[in-house]
Design a protein around this ligand. Structure first.
Ligand code: GLN
Length: 461
């Protein structure tokens, strides 16, 4: 099939279902032109990469020159970037066809995509339920067959938790493994861009395109990475499970998880064991404090990153006749930011303020170090750590919107990887026995061992 045919099929699918799903904030009117260009180049005998001509959905946190980039916020409504995020530039270079920009919680703050300023995305498995967040649009687009591949960003779980609730694959790379240049920053020490797909091999193919050193990102690693697609192919052959040591955290009792999630997790471990893996109990006593530390570190970094939306440099400006610069700034931020964003800016500003810095931000940083040490110790004993990807399956839209603490607990098992900078993957592990909705299993590996996750992930799916 030609790229034009594949792209047209996905545009048709978007036209048919996106009115219900609302995965996209913007559909690329030039997608077919880009596809035709790939077909022409292929016909002319040009050697193109393995996924050239395949459509790609792009989370709206990633800036693009030819489509608006809003990060789910009114403050950036209609914003056009003068440059492409590195991952988008690399995707275009590899011949991928950007299909459009996907919905997300405003500035990637959330676990349900209900905090988008442009209305929620609906889970294709049950339209009354959330598709996870913050990257619910990317995960829903892939789950609803509106896009074969998508890009997400993961600061505390925004790739992996949406994958878990939509039955898709999502991987957060090692910190520094994929460029953050052009990813609108939420919390710079935690943010990573990564793939959301239907199979582990697809994720590897996309990761091979977007990953690797970028001089525009000062935290980008200079490592030479192996092919993640090859790692996935190796894993699919199966024998990687023989003798693989899979760590299970003793301090994470089944009781914190929905019955259907806990039982799917145990059943998957049994299957892995039956194929030769060793299930090893490990201690990670600080793992469960990740959420508390994260909700100090993230708001602190976010409050600083969002200071640039000052009514002058980017996006929205609300004029206040006769008002001062401060009045204009305050009116703009009041009108442009949603409640969750304001909540976190206030939390972060407070946590960083003189007199409270040591008690809050300083303590959270210490907990972060303890979590990193737990991982170092655990990875001395096991090859990967396994956890359920999130505590529950997809909940109903509206169910947790007024209870931020309940919302924050969605990230219980995903956050520690961001705090430690290690890679994590969520793989579909079937449907929950209690409500029949998708469930994922998460694997974590030491920093730089992303290939291990592709091997283990492909052997598990
Ligand atoms: N749900 C988390 C939060 O609200 C994760 C966000 C993310 O990974 N971008 O912060």
């Amino acid at each position: 099939v030609s790229s034009v045919e594949v792209t047209q099929a996905h545009l048709d699918r978007i036209a048919a279902v996106d009115g219900d799903v609302h995965a996209f904030l913007h559909v690329n009117e030039k997608a077919l032109d880009a596809a035709a260009d790939i077909d022409r180049r292929r016909a002319a005998g040009e050697q193109l990469g393995p996924i050239a001509g395949v459509p790609l959905a792009v989370k709206d946190v990633l800036v693009t020159t030819d489509m608006p980039s809003t990060s789910g916020s009114k403050i950036l409504e209609g914003y056009m970037s003068p440059f492409d995020a590195t991952v988008v530039a690399r995707a275009r270079q590899a011949g991928l066809i950007p299909l459009g920009k996907t919905n997300m919680d405003e500035f990637a703050m959330g676990s349900s995509t209900e905090h988008s300023a442009y209305g929620p995305t609906h889970n294709p498995w049950d339209l009354e339920r959330i598709p996870g967040g913050s990257g619910g649009g990317s995960a829903a687009a892939v789950a609803a067959f509106e896009a074969p591949l998508a890009l997400g960003s993961d600061t505390g779980g925004s790739i992996r938790q949406p994958a878990h609730v939509t039955g898709t694959v999502g991987l957060k790379p090692t910190y520094g493994g994929v460029s953050r240049y052009g990813a609108i920053a939420l919390a710079s020490s935690l943010d990573q861009v990564g793939p959301v797909t239907r199979t582990v091999l697809d994720a590897g193919l996309l990761h091979d395109v977007i990953g690797g050193h970028d001089p525009h990102d000062s935290t980008s690693l200079t490592d030479a990475w192996p092919s993640f697609a090859d790692a996935a192919r190796e894993g699919a052959r199966g024998d990687v499970l023989k003798g693989l040591k899979i760590g299970v955290i003793t301090e994470l009792p089944d009781s914190g998880f929905q019955t259907g999630v806990a039982s799917s997790f145990r059943a998957t471990l049994d299957l892995l064991q039956a194929q030769g893996a060793d299930i090893v109990e490990i201690s990670a006593p600080h793992f469960e404090y990740g959420v508390a530390a994260y909700y100090l570190i993230l708001p602190a970094e976010a409050s600083s990153n969002l200071a640039k939306f000052d009514s002058v440099r980017f996006g929205l400006r609300v004029d206040v006749p006769g008002g001062t610069v401060e009045d204009v700034m305050a009116a703009t931020r009041d009108a442009g930011f949603g409640d969750e964003v304001k909540r976190r800016i206030i939390l972060g500003t407070y946590a960083l303020s003189a007199g409270y810095y040591d008690a809050y931000y300083g303590s959270a940083q210490k907990v972060r170090t303890l979590i990193q040490r737990d991982f170092d110790e655990a990875f001395g004993k096991v090859d990967v750590i396994a956890t359920p990807s999130a505590p529950t399956t997809a909940f109903k839209i509206g169910e947790k919107i007024d209870d931020p603490l309940q919302m924050y607990l969605n990230d219980l098992t995903t956050i520690p990887a961001n705090l430690a900078g290690v890679p994590g993957i969520s793989i579909p592990s079937g449907l929950a026995s209690d409500d029949g909705l998708p469930v994922g299993i998460q694997f974590l590996a030491p920093a730089r061992e992303d290939a291990r996750l592709y091997r283990v992930g492909a052997a598990t799916e």
